[in-house]
Design a protein around this ligand. Structure first.
Ligand SMILES: CC(C)(C)CN1C(=O)[C@@H](CC(=O)N[C@@H](CC(=O)O)C(=O)O)O[C@H](c2cccc3ccccc23)c2cc(Cl)ccc21
Length: 340
């Protein structure tokens, strides 16, 4: 980026980006042309919306109207929020810079970002009061917080002209991209979320293995916990074909890198979590060095297929014969292997 030619408010936006997403901000700044600022602003607006939703100090009767009307703040030069205690509150305190740069984007980008913001804010009010009981509830929750992000990004890619119209039109594939990332986050973050009294593991799954989802954090229930873990990972792995089909359509190198890096980080995380009881005693994270190596490697569909193949074979190696979902997991992995 040419920081010298940036306005003070745009400089503030890139500074906020670097503060709110450590390793990912570089990938956004590497995006070509008009996509760079559009995705930077989209990322920050989503981070602001997520910070409101996450802030437990905001009473629910204040939070619901805040989320429903959040997209209107994009048009309000005076709007900011100074009462958040969240670690990412800087995006709410500096929202005037973000909305100013939003209003300087071309209308076609503003329409996408505002539309996704409105749908996500409305969806968040629904998930604030609803529990994740069925697998359909799980997909709905992930659609609101991540699937819509994929749909919005895909529309920005096509709108910029750097990608074909089909990329932005095929909302199912774009939605699945987000579901893959969010389901991986939910699976990995079991203990962190449970300690925050937040349950995102679907009840229809955990109730087969325990009376209460919190039972998984007790070492005596470890065997049952791992069976539930493996079931949810198998469900997430079903999204790999969609992910590969979406990435197979991308023509622009900077867009490909931007999409591929979180996808390969997710498959590596799922492989690390599979059949791993450590998920219930801490957060299973990919080591930085391994992450950097993957980020540098995920630069073509052939390389990404090779990475997906590598981790899929690793998972197959770990499938316990007595796991209730072993046949399904093998079948899902086999389908991925045929595509890679
Ligand atoms: C919840 C989430 C997965 C949507 C968050 N999300 C992502 O996770 C980021 C990655 C990220 O922020 N990594 C952080 C992780 C962290 O903070 O710990 C990092 O610093 O490495 O990537 C996604 C993201 C990137 C590329 C394509 C996507 C398609 C569908 C949905 C999301 C897509 C993202 C793109 C945008 Cl525009 C906004 C948010 C996200």
């Amino acid at each position: 980026c040419d920081f010298n030619s940036m306005s003070p408010s745009l400089l503030t936006c890139y500074n906020l980006l670097n503060r709110t997403s450590r390793s990912f901000s570089a990938v956004i700044q590497a995006l070509d042309g008009e996509l760079r600022n559009a995705v930077c602003i989209f990322y920050l607006v989503l981070r602001a919306l997520d910070t409101v939703e996450d802030d437990m100090t905001i009473p629910i009767d204040i939070k619901i109207p805040m989320l429903k009307s959040f997209y209107k703040n994009l048009q309000d030069p005076d709007w900011k929020y100074m009462d958040s205690k969240d670690k990412d509150r800087c995006v709410l305190e500096n929202f005037q810079c973000i909305s100013k740069e939003f209003r300087e984007l071309e209308e076609m980008y503003r329409d996408v970002i505002s539309d996704i913001c409105q749908k996500m804010g409305l969806g968040m009010t629904e998930i604030l009061v609803k529990k994740v009981d069925t697998m359909a509830d799980w997909d709905q929750y992930c659609h609101y917080v991540a699937g819509l992000v994929g749909i919005g990004l895909a529309r920005l890619f096509s709108t910029s002209g750097l990608e074909e119209p089909i990329v932005g039109q095929d909302t199912q594939l774009a939605n699945d991209l987000g579901l893959f990332l969010q389901k991986t986050n939910i699976i990995r973050d079991y203990l962190e979320d449970y300690n925050d009294k937040r349950i995102f593991w679907p009840k229809v799954a955990w109730s087969k293995y325990a009376a209460d989802v919190g039972d998984f954090s007790k070492v005596e229930n470890q065997e049952q916990a791992v069976k539930c873990l493996n079931e949810l990972i198998t469900n997430a792995l079903e999204l790999i074909p969609s992910s590969l089909r979406f990435m197979g359509r991308l023509k622009n190198q900077s867009v490909f890198n931007f999409v591929a890096i979180p996808q390969v980080m997710a498959i590596a995380t799922l492989e690390r979590c599979y059949n791993n009881p450590k998920v219930f005693t801490g957060v299973v994270k990919i080591r930085k060095g391994e992450a950097v190596r993957m980020m540098l490697g995920a630069t073509s569909i052939e390389r990404v297929k090779a990475i997906m193949r590598h981790f899929t074979l690793q998972i197959i190696e770990k499938i316990p014969n007595d796991d209730p979902n072993s046949a399904k997991t093998r079948a899902v992995c086999q389908k991925s292997l045929e595509l890679t």
